[in-house]
Write a protein of this length. Structure first.
Length: 345
């Protein structure tokens, strides 16, 4: 129904306007009687073999929603009825911010891709935490955290600690985002020294808690093998719980969309099908080079059950979707879970 009826209508609208329209309509739609039950019947596929136990958490299935779709934790309860094993909100910053100027979200339909330069637009950690305290669902929720645009890199660790403290009681795991290309100089924090400092500070804060929460690192697909070697060393030295591979890419290589259209769009992170191969390469490299020393959540270009299986076979323990959710709709989630059971992956 989504691909045949809703998607053609939504794709006539500006991408960000369509996003806001869907969010408002979904909120209203779920107030109708029995809609939650209907969605669970359509999109939830349960099987004992889908269960995954990672870093002290039990995931009902290994297919999650990546950060970026529900930045402000507005639809966690509603999305929980669409078959996901976990949902990641954010990226959240200490203070709410508008993000970059519009237009800032663009579709590349020929490539089944998106380009965004949103710039960590979000309501701020206090408001996001308030919303999460009101949720009814028990689905696992991850908190993706970042720094405010005008916080200098030298002070970035304070922003991450503020977000960690603010979300600690309302999320099940944390994701440190230093890999978005849309906040000035943010990716410089992936360098060994500043990244180690941030993760060590968070771990120190975390270990002082009565019940520490898992901390993961989200990395860019544009890192070299040498930089990935550094990531492996940092993960092991700081003893964080895992890696999410990967964020969006700044590369435009191999796109079928005409070059003049891509150039007119301008800068931003590319997500979707063109990212599939590179994200899988990064997963495989981290998994093999580290000797499977830590869990990896695979994300990037998952548009079919086969794409998800490829990432799991490359070494991912869980997978996430985002751009394909926009293009394919929620029916993709149970399809992936059925394939995982059938293939016994």
């Amino acid at each position: 129904m989504y691909r045949l009826l809703l998607k053609p209508l939504l794709f006539r609208l500006d991408a960000e306007n369509a996003h806001h329209l869907v969010f408002s309509r979904v909120k209203t739609f779920f107030k109708l009687p029995f809609i939650d039950s209907v969605c669970r019947a359509l999109y939830t596929y349960q099987h004992p073999s889908l269960e995954r136990k990672l870093f002290g958490l039990t995931f009902k299935n290994p297919v999650g929603l990546a950060a970026g779709l529900d930045k402000n934790a507005e639809l966690v309860d509603e999305l929980a009825h669409m078959g996901f094993g976990f949902i990641e909100i954010g990226t959240v910053t200490p203070v709410g911010q508008e993000g970059n100027d519009r237009p800032r979200l663009f579709r590349l339909p020929i490539d089944k891709a998106l380009i965004n330069r949103m710039g960590f637009n979000n309501a701020g950690v206090t408001e996001v935490a308030r919303r999460l305290r009101l949720r009814n669902s028990t689905i696992i929720v991850g908190g993706n955290i970042g720094k405010n645009k005008y916080t200098p890199n030298e002070a970035a660790v304070k922003d991450y600690i503020i977000c960690f403290d603010g979300l600690y009681d309302v999320v099940d795991y944390f994701v440190v985002n230093v890999s978005s290309p849309n906040t000035p100089d943010l990716r410089q924090l992936q360098d060994k020294k500043p990244l180690t400092e941030i993760l060590q500070a968070l771990q120190q804060r975390n270990q002082a808690k009565r019940k520490p929460k898992p901390i993961l690192l989200k990395i860019a697909p544009d890192l070299t093998n040498g930089q990935l070697d550094d990531i492996i060393e940092i993960v092991q030295d700081t003893r964080i719980n895992g890696v999410i591979a990967t964020n969006t890419t700044i590369s435009r290589e191999g796109l079928q969309t005409p070059q003049n259209q891509v150039t007119a769009i301008g800068p931003g992170g590319l997500s979707g099908l063109p990212l599939k191969s590179r994200s899988t390469e990064v997963i495989r490299y981290l998994h093999e080079k580290s000797g499977a020393a830590f869990p990896i959540i695979g994300v990037g270009g998952i548009f079919s059950p086969e794409d998800a299986l490829e990432k799991l076979r490359a070494g991912a323990s869980l997978v996430q979707v985002y751009t394909s959710f926009v293009y394919e709709g929620p029916a993709l989630v149970p399809k992936i879970n059925r394939a995982i059971v059938k293939q016994n992956v």
